[in-house]
Design a binder for this molecule. Structure first.
Ligand SMILES: *Cc1c(COP(=O)(O)O)cnc(C)c1O
Length: 921
């Protein structure tokens, strides 16, 4: 069977397969209905042909799903062939309804022959409909890759089904394929696949012709796999599947020496190797066990048990067990609102099976280990105070006073405070600006390399400890994490990386973006380090630019630098706000560690946890982190792909809608990332050229996280804050952040197609309103509107760069590098006598800007939006900063009170000779 060339089925659109599948069913239903309504009666063959065509397309796609499966697809084809239009229409409508509602999960296996089984599945509530049991059993599918001839596949499925036992905690169906390529397609297309069973002896080529798949496979498969013997192909298949979806359990069945296979390091990620004649029941039990390993949430499971035990509490925390609430005269509604379990699950005990977050040895430890596995890290640490705290923990643990940190000036405020606490010296790096939207992109790699080479030239490279960047940025810019780290390690082999992935934790579960996460890149770098790639590239580099990189050599900035595998250390940290992109309660955050030298810092790391962690961490947050991990390991792939897909739909709907696009636009890759950072020339996220998209994701310096959508509203005459307020008050749409002329929308694993529809309806509504107002107001209204739009879109204040630290906070004032002692500046401001306030619009400001003494900020000043500090303690304030502040029309400015004015360090305080405050480690 092969796909027709003219098929409308976008198998090529790997990201949108789920929606595409449902769409294809909708098309089939429509064709069937049309045929049943008119065609069949009039003998019109074209209506029937349309059905046949669509059915053919769909059938090849459906090979990768257990339901409706061969039987139903066969019945449908038969009805069509027999010309029974009404029955075909009825069956296809019921099948697609079952797909949509996933009702077939409830009695798997019973639907493979009998149409009436669909009735049962539709009618019974899921909880009552498990195979004989009365408990909902999660359903999944298992991919089987086998040389067994296709004619026997149905029997294989039946045989596995016979092994089901009432006490099985889960239930599954098989999807059987015969080739390497079809295995890849199955893993990509079918998110319900949770495990793969590979029988030795399958062949390579798919029967389907999918160009993108080949492109995709090229990157995940060593060349020449197609020509390998079938036995040698197995390790390549395993690696490819793990690259696509690392969470999948993989089992091997072989009649070769299984002991040898089990010992093969290439197959280390296989969960179990079986000798082919072994009991099928063993395989069945192993599959269930593998799922259970992901399903188990050690902390949450135990908390549930704990809450059900009768317990007299004599510790603090009166709400535990809820008696002070449910018996209260006045606060009983709290209990009614939150429900009893919340209080039963509250405790301040760390015994009785409740582990301690501060010193985990039991189920919190196990839960963290599972999280490390799920997110591809060596270690994971749960944090219950948000990533604000995670960042401070990492910074305190790794930075000595006096260490230099290269840091994006626009990073989250927790980092600036983290550096104050640690006594680190920030070298602020400038991201590229997007002036017309009052926002910043990412920090170009060239800028980072330049800063490092400058520090090397000044003899300070030894003191550079860390590079700290936000990935992705608030607005969705995603770094090429691998390239950034490799090139930095070429300059300084032991540099530590902290990637703040507050928003990007979910990306682990996207096969497109995983490699651009901190942990994904760290894994790739470790793999490359073990191979020979670096070594040969390094030799070329030595020949060309020498062994010891000369900071004066301008070629280094443009050359891709290669690290030395014998000297480099992989030391990567990631923090993520699990609550921002996954199903964790607010403040649920994680620290992920992939550090070859972690043992050297482990003690300091624990001290830092003690410093920043409450001794009463919230149990529900810990449990939710455990649960978020379970969900992502079992359905993260599906959810993330869906969120991505919805984002792409919004992007194209808004930008193509004839009315909406007159006033609104979602910024595309080409708007957000200047051409110099897009070597592949990829311009748009909604173009159909996915081959190029994948190339861009692999190679370009910056790409865009599609789920973060910057919607320009200035062109509709609204400033960001105003538009945000309007969406919330009038339309019940909550959005993320705003800029002067845009708002940031975000899709996540919680969104559905109806949310998209609602959003579009609202935009149509607003656009219609504008049109009506302009029509009613005539010329003057149009002119006023144009003026307002021009003001918002063109008259945008220039954003000031970081100026410099005042000499008082610099150790060597002649230095060409910009690091400063932010901590001393911060604490100098604690002395009231060292501070003064000067009104923003006063003459004094202008006079001092012109003829001194210099204005030096005593505090952080952070306007929202844009949300980055335009002043940090000890920073010299320049004309650009003052102009920006004077033009700024936002109400929320942290660290600045208009009535008192700017808080400055007095010239007198700055004239005192600084004592060398902090020893350099
Ligand atoms: C939100 C955010 C943080 C802080 O995380 P919380 O979980 O809110 O404490 C840190 N960094 C970035 C980039 C963020 O967006």
């Amino acid at each position: 069977m092969s796909l027709d060339q003219d098929t409308t089925l976008p198998l090529d659109h790997l990201v949108s397969t789920m929606e595409a599948r449902l769409d294809a069913w909708r098309v089939l239903n429509a064709a069937n209905r049309a045929w049943a309504a008119t065609g069949a009666a009039t003998g019109d063959e074209t209506a029937k042909q349309a059905v046949e065509h669509q059915l053919r397309c769909l059938s090849s796609l459906e090979e990768f799903y257990a339901f409706p499966g061969r039987q139903f697809m066969g019945s449908l084809a038969e009805l069509v062939a027999e010309g029974d239009a009404a029955a075909a229409a009825r069956l296809s409508a019921r099948l697609s309804a079952a797909l949509l509602s996933k009702s077939y999960h409830n009695n798997p296996g019973e639907w493979d022959s009998d149409e009436s089984s669909l009735d049962n599945a539709d009618r019974l509530p899921p909880a009552l409909n498990g195979n004989g049991g009365d408990k909902h059993r999660p359903y999944f599918e298992v991919l089987v890759v086998t040389p067994t001839p296709q004619t026997k596949w149905t029997e294989v499925s039946r045989e596995m089904r016979r092994l089901r036992r009432p006490q099985d905690p889960f239930v599954y169906e098989l999807v059987i394929v015969g080739s390497f390529e079809d295995a890849a397609l199955g893993a990509i297309l079918n998110p319900a696949i949770e495990a793969v069973v590979v029988f030795d002896g399958f062949h390579f080529a798919s029967q389907h012709d999918v160009p993108l798949l080949h492109r995709f496979l090229e990157a995940h498969v060593p060349p020449g796999v197609a020509d390998l013997t079938s036995e040698a192909m197995t390790p390549a298949l395993v690696r490819m599947l793990k690259n696509l979806r690392p969470e999948l359990d993989i089992y091997l069945l072989s009649d070769r020496k299984v002991e040898e296979m089990a010992a093969n390091p290439e197959l280390a990620c296989v969960r179990r190797v079986f000798y082919e004649v072994e009991e099928p029941l063993e395989i069945h039990l192993s599959i269930l066990d593998g799922i259970n390993d992901r399903y188990e949430t050690p902390y949450f499971d135990n908390l549930k048990k704990y809450s059900q035990r009768p317990m007299g509490t004599f510790h603090a925390l009166p709400v535990a067990r809820g008696k002070s609430i449910f018996k209260s005269n006045w606060i009983r509604d709290m209990g009614e609102f939150y429900g009893l379990n919340l209080f039963l699950a509250e405790s301040s005990a760390t015994t009785g099976g409740l582990d301690s977050l501060l010193e985990p040895t039991g189920n919190i430890k196990t839960a963290q280990d599972k999280a490390a596995r799920a997110f591809g890290a060596d270690h994971a640490f749960f944090v219950t105070n948000g990533t604000s705290t995670s960042n401070k923990i990492v910074e305190q643990a790794l930075l000595h006073p006096g260490d230099i940190v290269l840091v994006d000036r626009n990073c989250h405020k927790s980092h600036h405070y983290g550096m104050v606490l640690a006594g680190a010296r920030p070298v602020y790096l400038e991201a590229y600006p997007m002036m017309e939207y009052s926002m910043y992109g990412g920090v170009p790699l060239r800028t980072i390399k330049k800063a490092m080479l400058d520090l090397k030239a000044e003899g300070k490279l030894d003191r550079v400890r860390m590079l700290l960047l936000t990935n992705c940025t608030f607005d969705g810019h995603v770094y090429n994490t691998r390239q950034v780290m490799e090139e930095c390690l070429a300059i300084k082999p032991d540099l530590i990386f902290l990637w703040d992935e507050a928003w990007f934790g979910f990306a682990r579960f996207s096969p497109f973006f995983r490699q651009r996460t901190a942990m994904g890149a760290a894994t790739l770098i470790k793999r490359a380090m073990a191979g020979s790639d670096y070594r040969s590239a390094l030799e070329a580099q030595h020949r060309e630019v020498g062994v010891d990189l000369d900071p004066a050599d301008a070629r280094l900035l443009d050359r891709r630098l290669v690290p030395d595998p014998d000297r480099m250390r992989v030391r990567v940290y990631q923090t993520n706000s699990t609550h921002k992109s996954m199903s964790a309660l607010r403040q649920g955050s994680m620290i992920l560690v992939c550090d070859q030298d972690f043992h050297h810092v482990e003690e300091a790391f624990h001290e830092a946890i003690f410093t920043h962690t409450s001794t009463s961490p919230n149990l529900q947050i810990i449990a939710s982190l455990d649960i978020a991990r379970r969900q992502m390991e079992l359905e993260g792939y599906e959810m993330v792909m869906k969120a991505t897909q919805l984002a792409l739909i919004i992007r194209s709907e808004v930008n193509r809608h004839p009315l909406v696009s007159k006033y609104f636009r979602v910024l595309d890759l080409g708007d957000m990332v200047p051409a110099e950072f897009r070597r592949t020339g990829m311009e748009s996220l909604t173009g159909t050229d996915w081959t190029k998209a994948i190339e861009s994701i692999w190679n370009d310096e910056f790409v865009l996280d599609p789920t973060r959508l910057t919607l320009v509203c200035g062109s509709a005459g609204f400033d960001g804050t105003e538009f945000k307020g309007m969406l919330a008050e009038k339309y019940d749409i909550q959005i993320n952040k705003t800029s002067r002329n845009s708002i940031l929308l975000q899709t996540n694993i919680n969104n559905t197609r109806s949310d998209v529809a609602h959003l579009m309806k609202v935009l149509v509504d607003i656009a219609t309103g504008i049109e009506e107002r302009l029509a009613a107001g005539g010329e003057p209204a149009v002119a006023a509107f144009r003026g307002r739009v021009a003001g918002l879109m063109k008259d945008v204040p220039d954003m000031p760069n970081f100026s410099r630290f005042h000499d008082h906070f610099r150790e060597d004032t002649g230095s060409a590098t910009s690091e400063g002692d932010i901590r001393s500046a911060f604490y100098l401001a604690y002395d009231e006598g060292s501070c003064e306030h000067v009104k923003l619009n006063s003459r004094e400001i202008d006079r001092r800007l012109k003829s001194g003494p210099e204005l030096v900020s005593a505090s952080f000043v952070i306007p929202y939006p844009p949300g980055f500090p335009i002043m940090v303690p000890g920073q010299v304030i320049t004309t650009e900063t003052i102009e920006f502040m004077r033009k700024l029309d936002v109400k929320e400015i942290h660290g600045y009170q208009a009535s008192r004015g700017l808080k400055l360090l007095t010239p007198k305080a700055l004239a005192v000779q600084p004592v060398m405050r902090i020893e350099v480690a």
